[in-house]
Design a protein around this ligand. Structure first.
Ligand SMILES: Cc1ncc(C[n+]2csc(CCOP(=O)(O)OP(=O)(O)O)c2C)c(N)n1
Length: 515
């Protein structure tokens, strides 16, 4: 067996049985090994940002790493932005990056580059294999690193001769560390903050936003009267009728300040002290007053649910019926113009049970939460890293991870263009994704940001850099060109019918909403 086969066997036996790839010459032995080793599902992406983002989406829904196979430094570099997003989301990924044969690297051939240097800023773990006989053990170490809580990005560089050289066989993957249990002092400090008679809020992030974490938070809120709040951008939030509902910290600084000014003391459960996305000349970067008391209960990588359980127990709240449980509620779908409000009503009316909503709606979706809170239980996924172009790839990976669930991608047109090639992978794999593209034909958020940074009267050239209407993007033709069924809608009635059509189709379906 060669090194590549020993690696693929190691991956499959270590539970990494999906590989998103865009390969080249240096990865050919790995590609060939895919046929000699059963059990690896391989998915081709036509741009590396699709590949890495799909691995992120897969992890968010499956809770275990997928692998990627990327072509040397440039292939990895094309995938970096979505590795950045995955890293911030705490998604475990095993990147396999091909490299020239050891003796070829020194010759400075066209594709030679410092691959480890490219990998390091977006990876928690980086290694280059030095021989075919160590590739399997390196792969096992990579899986273990990727599985460390909360989920990490591990990058293994695979020189071509280590792939084609003789190997000894696959290696066994050792278990990763469990999430750390928080200390009794942290629990006690949080409990006394919540019972000291002053206003307090439990600020939740990470695994605190699972159904179980939220249920515990709801019991704590019922017992102590504290408020509940989620971070603004979350890896995965389990919500809908019957689950404990909560608001997220808004993106717009003034709105965030308003929410947090009423929050009082903060107990941090899987969250950080809240800060603004950007600095602005006349706005604060920290979204809380300097003298806000904080009790850090659990970090993002800790056993957050266990911490909430311990806190609930300390407060005698384990059997208290939870507060803030969302009652089933379906709004009537609005008619007339397509606006953020009418879109929210259609989503709330039709969101199916078990839906996975991948939200890259940017300005359009800022107020989608109230009207969807009572829809049947579903997951809501955000971009934690702020690098746009995450949505369609993450939807691809989520659909692959959960073939029995409906995935709904909410996409700003500007964001969707970054990784539009995802549509082809969705068509090829027949993934059940309904995509709503909000065609406002602009980088609308940046119009507001111009004002926020203090530009008073932006000129036509500045405005032109934020406009996508010259020419207008034709989403229906783009989707069809990649094998995805699509239609354009210009009013809310047609939107509701199109959304129903998308949900009832088994494969991908794109709806362009002209706004
Ligand atoms: C990789 C990357 N490049 C650029 C940006 C800056 N950026 C943030 S939002 C945005 C435009 C989003 O436009 P769209 O998706 O159409 O949503 P809208 O603002 O119109 O609601 C841009 C360019 C970014 N966040 N990430």
């Amino acid at each position: 067996m060669n090194g590549a086969e020993s690696l693929v066997r190691t991956l499959v036996s270590g539970g990494v049985d999906v590989c998103f790839t865009n390969p080249g010459t240096s990865e050919m032995h790995f590609v060939a090994a895919l046929d000699s080793v059963p059990g690896m599902r391989c998915v081709l992406g036509l741009f590396e940002g699709v590949v890495t983002g799909a691995a992120d989406g897969y992890y968010r829904m499956k809770g275990k790493p997928a692998s990627t196979l990327l072509h040397l430094g440039p292939g990895l570099a094309n995938g970096l932005a979505n590795l950045h997003n995955a890293r911030k989301a705490g998604s475990g990924i095993v990147n396999i990056v091909g490299e020239h044969a050891t003796w070829h690297v020194a010759l400075d051939a066209p594709l030679t580059s410092d691959i480890e240097g490219v990998a390091r800023p977006m990876s928690h773990w980086v290694r280059t294999s030095t021989s075919a006989r160590t590739v399997a053990a390196d792969g096992a170490d990579a899986i273990r690193a990727a599985s460390e809580p909360p989920g990490q990005v591990a990058t293994l560089v695979l020189p071509a001769d280590t792939a084609w050289g003789e190997a000894d066989g696959p290696a066994e993957t050792l278990p990763s560390s469990p999430r750390a249990t928080v200390s009794g002092e942290a629990v006690d400090a949080a409990a006394s903050m919540l019972t000291n008679g002053r206003t307090a809020t439990l600020l939740l992030g990470g695994d605190g936003l699972t159904e179980r974490g939220l249920e515990l938070a709801g019991r704590i809120a019922a017992k102590t009267g504290c408020g509940l709040l989620a971070e603004g951008f979350n890896s995965r939030l389990e919500r809908g009728a019957g689950r404990v509902q909560l608001e997220r910290i808004p993106y717009v600084v003034e709105r965030a300040l308003d929410v947090l000014s009423k929050a009082g003391q903060l107990v941090l459960a899987g969250s950080k002290p809240p800060v603004a996305f950007f600095a602005y000349p006349d706005k604060p970067s920290r979204l809380f007053a300097d003298d806000t008391p904080m009790a850090p209960l659990a970090d993002f990588a800790d056993d957050i649910v266990g911490a909430l359980e311990a806190l609930a127990e300390a407060l005698g709240a384990l059997n208290t019926p939870p507060a803030h449980v969302a009652t089933p509620f379906r709004p009537a779908p609005e008619t007339g113009a397509i606006t953020p409000a009418s879109i929210a009503s259609v989503l709330g009316a039709l969101l199916p049970e078990g839906a996975i909503v991948v939200d890259e709606s940017v300005t359009t979706g800022r107020d989608f939460f109230p009207l969807t809170a009572g829809a049947p239980p579903h997951d809501w996924i955000n971009n934690r890293g702020g690098s746009i172009g995450y949505g369609l790839p993450v939807a691809t990976g989520a659909a692959l991870a959960c073939p029995d669930r409906k995935v709904i991608a909410l996409e700003g047109d500007g964001s969707a263009m970054y990784t539009v090639q995802s549509l082809w992978t969705m068509a090829r794999e027949n993934l059940d994704v309904t995509i709503l593209v909000f065609a406002n034909r602009s980088y609308r958020i940046l119009r507001g940001e111009l004002t926020n940074v203090g530009v008073q009267n932006p000129g036509p050239r500045a405005i032109d850099m934020l406009s996508l209407d010259r020419p207008a993007l034709d989403w229906v033709q783009m989707a069809r060109g990649m094998g995805v069924e699509a239609e354009r809608v210009e009013d809310a009635e047609t939107l509701a019918a199109a959304f129903e059509a998308g949900l009832s189709s088994e494969g991908p379906y794109l709806i362009e909403l002209v706004m």
